[in-house]
Design a protein around this ligand. Sequence first.
Ligand code: ADP
Ligand code: ZN
Ligand code: ZN
Length: 677
Amino acid sequence: MPSVAQVEPITTARVLRGPFDYARPEGVEVGSVVIIPFGNRDVLGVVTGLAEDSAHELMAPKEVLEASLPADLVALAPWIAAEYCSTPARALSLMLPPKGIRARTTLRARALRAPEPGERLTDGQRALLESLPRQAGGDLAALRRLEARGLVALEPEAMRRAPHHTDVGASAGARPQLTGDQALALEEIAAAQPGERLLLHGVTGSGKTEVYLRAAERALAADQGVLVLVPEIALTPQIVSRFRERFGDTVALLHSGMAAGARYDEWLRLRRGEARICVGPRSAVLAPIDRLGLVIVDEEHDASYKHEGDPRYDARHVAERRARDHGAILVAGSATPRAESWERLRRISLPQRVDGAPLPPVEIVDLVGVRGALHPQTHDALVDARKSIVLLNRRGWSNFLTCVSCGRAWECPECDVTLVLHKAQGHLSCHHCGHRERIPSRCPDCASVSLARHGTGTERLETELPGPVFRLDGDAGDPARVLDAFQRAERGILLGTQVVAKGHDFPDVELGVVVDADQTLRFPDFRAEERTFALVAQLAGRAGRGAAAGRVIVQTLAADSPSIVFAARHDAAGFLAGELDRRRVLRYPPFSTLIRIVCSGTDAGAVQAAAAAIQARLPGSLGPAPLFRLRGRERSQVVVKAADRAQAVAEVGAVIDAIAADRAHRAVALSVDVDPQ
Ligand code: ADP
Ligand code: ZN
Ligand code: ZN
C-alpha cells in the first residue's frame, strides 16, 4: 500500500514545480484533490502519483475534496504543459471543477412505522407524519424529534442544480430519415478505426448536426462516452438544444457562463458516469468523460477554440490527443475547414443541402468610389428582402475621431490604438483594454469644435438600414434573446459582427450582406485569406435555407482576392488547394509549426533586451519585432517557424525557463503561444 501521495500544488508560479510528497490519507488516489499545507499557507493540490516511501518527513493534507480528477486527465496535464510551454499546475487548474463548491444535498424524510395506538403525538406531529415522504425543509427540528423516536428516517438526497439553457429552434426531438449523403457519412464514421480522425466537410445546411447525433447514438449504445465541442454556447444555442432533445439528461452542459453550482453538478454527473455526453465550448475538452468513444468538434474553423490565457491551448489539438489516448474517433465538422484539417484528416463530405436547395448566388459588389457604408445596389436589395442578415465586423458608431483643424486623433492612453466612438453610451472606448472617456465636444489641443468621425460600425449602420433591425454585437444585449426575436419576426435585418455568420439555422433569410469583406483581409497574418473565406462562405450559408430563395452580396475593394472569388463560388476545395500550395511554398502551417513568444513590460528597453536575448538563443527565429503597446505595456515578439514541432517546443521551453530565471530580465513578462491564431 503506497503511503506517499505526490501532490502538485495548484499555483501559477512558473519556477515552482512539484510534485511534493505528503502522507497519503485513506481513500486518496491519483486524481484526488486535496488542500495541503504549503509554505505558510494552505493551497489546493492534485495527487499526481503515489509512492512507497519518501526521503522527507511528511505532512498530511488538511482536507480531501469530494470531486477527484480521473487518471487520464492527470496524465494529460504534463503533456499540455509541455505542448504549450506552460506548467503542469496550470494545466491541472483548467481541469478542476469550480472551486469552493460541493454537491448540494437535501434531507428526505420517510415514515418507518405507524404510531402505536395511544402513542402521544401532537396534532402537528400527526400532520407531519401524514405528509411523508417529504423534503425536510423548514421543519427539520420537528422531523428530528420524530426520528429520535424511531418513527421516521431522514436520508440525504442529492439535489441537482441544472444548467439554465433557453432551448431554441426546438424540433421536439424528431429523428428524421437520413439523406443518402448523411447515411454514407455515418457509415464512414461507424467504420473508422479507433483513434482515427475525420473531417466532415459539409456545406452549410447539409445536416452535419444530424450526423453527429446519430454517431453519438451509436457511441452511447456501445457504452462509450461522447464529447461535443461547439463554439461559444451563447452564440450557438441550437446544437445544445438538439442534443438535449435527443438524449435528455445524459447530456451535461459545461461552460463558464453557467452558475458555479450547476457547473459543478454537471461536472460531477459526468465524473460519476450519470451523464455520458458533454456539450460545451473549448474548456469542455477537459471534461471528465470515461471510456470516451467519440469526439466531435463542430465548426472546427472557429477561432474560439484557441484559449488566450496560459496555457494557450488549442482545444482542437487537445481533442485530438484525448481521442487518441482513448482510442476514440474524432469528427471535426465544418463548411469551411482549416487548411490544416483539410490536409491532415480523412475527409468525408456532405456536398448538398438537406432540402436539396442550391446554395445562394453570391454577387460581388465593388466598393471603389462608393460613399458611405452601403452600395446603392445593396440598399435596394435590403429594401426588397423580407429577412436579411448583415455582417459588419466592427462595433460602435465610428472607428475613430479626429480634429479637422489640427489633425489630432483620439488614442487610448494605455494602448497604441485609436478609440472607437460609441454614441448611445456617450463614450470613446478602447477595444483592447476597455479604457473609456467621454465623447469630447471640442479639441483639447486647438479648441476647434469641428471633429470628424471616420468609418462606420454596427451602431451607426443600424440607423442607415431600411427596416426593423435586430442588432447582435458585444454592445447589444443577450444574444439568445436577439436571435430569438429575429427568428420570430416577420420582417427584419439581423445586423452584427461576425457572430451573425455562426451556425444559425433560420429557414427564411432571403439575403446575406458582407458590408466590408476586406476588413479581415487587411490583417497582416498568414491566415487572413482563410478567415475571409470562412466569413463570407459562412454568411452565405445563412441565406436561402428552407422555403426562401436566397442571395448574397459581398462588398469589397479586393474583388479578385482568392478568398472572395472562391467563397462566391462556394468552392472550399478550390480555395483550400490554392491556399495549401501557397503555404507549402512559404512554409506556413500545416507545413511547419509557428511559436510566438511575446515579451512585455513597462520599460521598452528591458522588453527589447529580453526579446533580443530570446532571439539570440533560438537560431533561425524571427524578430524581435515591436508590437503595439497594450494596457500600458511595451511589447516585442519573436517568432519561431519550425519543421519539427516537438523539438521546437522543447527548445523554446528551455529558453523561456532560462530567461524567466535570469534576474536581468525579471521586469519582463513572457508569454508563449504555440500555434498562434
Ligand atoms: P449544418 O450544420 O450542416 O449547417 P444542420 O444540421 O443545421 O446543417 O441542418 C440543417 C437543417 O436540416 C436543420 O433544420 C435540420 O433539422 C434539418 N435536417 C438535417 N437532416 C435532415 C434530414 N435527414 N431530413 C430532414 N431534415 C433534416
Ligand atoms: Zn485640434
Ligand atoms: Zn487601450
